[in-house]
Design a binder for this molecule. Structure first.
Ligand SMILES: *Cc1c(COP(=O)(O)O)cnc(C)c1O
Length: 355
């Protein structure tokens, strides 16, 4: 048995793999594969409609918020957001909490002014900045709710009068939140929603249409809203896998129910990291991510050997990002509690061998 802690693309529910595999061979007994259906057919339209409806339901979205399934991954949103929301003489506020927010800042600078209101850089991104002010005239304030590479997370979403924009790629649907408080949310699907190749955008339609620049057709959110996320051929299979994963999440009891399990998973692993003398966490306790748990060994010389030991036991994907080193265990929604228990057991077994 394999325990998959990959950071992304990452584990999805087993039932989703089985249904998706069947749909490739024969979708709903139609004699056709999901891969050969026209995207404008009623059959695929039903998939898109259900995926959008499920996301609205699971996030409790109001009627101002539209759900889009777009191409290009979260990285495309780094530029599509400022292109749609920021004029070149205007300012957007950004928080810098890690690699992904730095990348978002770089792209925003191509479209307008960026004020970096806080940065965790000096502490090597080991905590979430607390004391900062967002200028009133900033068109929007951008945060990365979960920092996938460093393993930190905003546990308290800042309250601001500005339009709030969030990259939620690695923690969307993992915890309850007032999603309607956001002007725009984006997330690459490959971490918590489905298969790579599609990107979820939730946007309050009232914030659109305010910039003066000409926006290329395919980049303008309003066109995607108007065409129901079918402006051009959507990534049909990736949308289908999202739909299945969202169905699964609803069947688990929705976001509130999965959050309880996510809390248990994170608590179990952090407890071992804190209690086991061989391991230690890398992030300020109050800012630790419940999705990406980063840790190192007190004796770095043992890291290679722990990695090998866990690999032999079927643990996959715990090697840390090259920037932060050590280990990173990603505990996305689909990862079962027993995989975390198995990782903890592996840490304990390893410790016994090195006493
Ligand atoms: C993975 C990730 C991205 C990049 O996503 P792509 O779909 O590969 O562009 C951006 N932001 C965060 C927070 C991520 O975890």
């Amino acid at each position: 048995m394999v325990h998959n802690f990959n950071a992304g693309p990452s584990i999805l529910p087993k039932s989703v793999f089985e249904e998706a595999a069947q749909a490739i061979l024969n979708y709903n007994n139609s004699g056709l594969s999901i891969l050969e259906l026209g995207h404008r057919t009623p059959t695929f339209q039903a998939v898109m409609d259900e995926a959008q409806a499920l996301l609205k339901e699971l996030m409790h979205l109001d009627s101002d918020h539209e759900v889009l399934f777009l191409h290009g991954g979260a990285s495309t949103q780094f530029m599509q957001v400022p292109m749609n929301l920021l004029d070149d003489k205007e300012t957007a506020a950004y928080s810098d909490t890690g690699v992904w927010s730095s990348k978002a800042i770089k792209e925003a600078k191509l479209f307008g002014k960026v004020e970096m209101v806080c940065s965790g850089k000096e502490s090597n991104y080991t905590s979430i900045p607390k004391d900062f002010a967002v200028p009133n005239d900033a068109k929007y304030f951008h945060i990365t709710t979960n920092n996938t590479i460093y393993g930190s997370q905003w546990h308290k979403i800042p309250t601001t009068s500005n339009v709030l924009v969030a990259d939620m790629s690695s923690d969307i649907l993992s915890r309850e939140m007032d999603f309607n408080a956001f002007g725009l949310i984006y997330a690459g699907a490959q971490k918590n929603i489905g298969a790579a190749g599609v990107n979820v955008v939730v946007v309050n339609k009232n914030i659109l249409g305010k910039v003066k620049r000409a926006i290329p057709t395919i980049m303008d959110y309003r066109n995607h809203i108007k065409d129901g996320s079918m402006l051009n051929t959507p990534p049909v299979f990736a949308v289908y896998v999202c739909m299945l994963t969202l169905r699964w999440l609803k069947a688990q009891g929705g976001v509130a129910a999965i959050e309880k399990i996510n809390d248990q998973k994170a608590a179990l692993l952090y407890k071992e990291i804190d209690n086991n003398p061989l391991f230690k966490g890398t992030i300020a306790t109050e800012d630790r991510s419940k999705m990406n748990v980063c840790f190192v060994m007190t004796d770095p010389a043992l890291e290679e050997s722990f990695l090998k030991f866990s690999k032999e036991r079927g643990i996959v994907g715990i090697k840390g990002h090259r920037l932060s080193g050590g280990f990173r265990a990603s505990l996305y929604n689909a990862l079962p509690l027993n995989s975390v228990a198995f990782l903890v057991d592996t840490m304990q077994e390893f410790t016994k061998m090195h006493d």
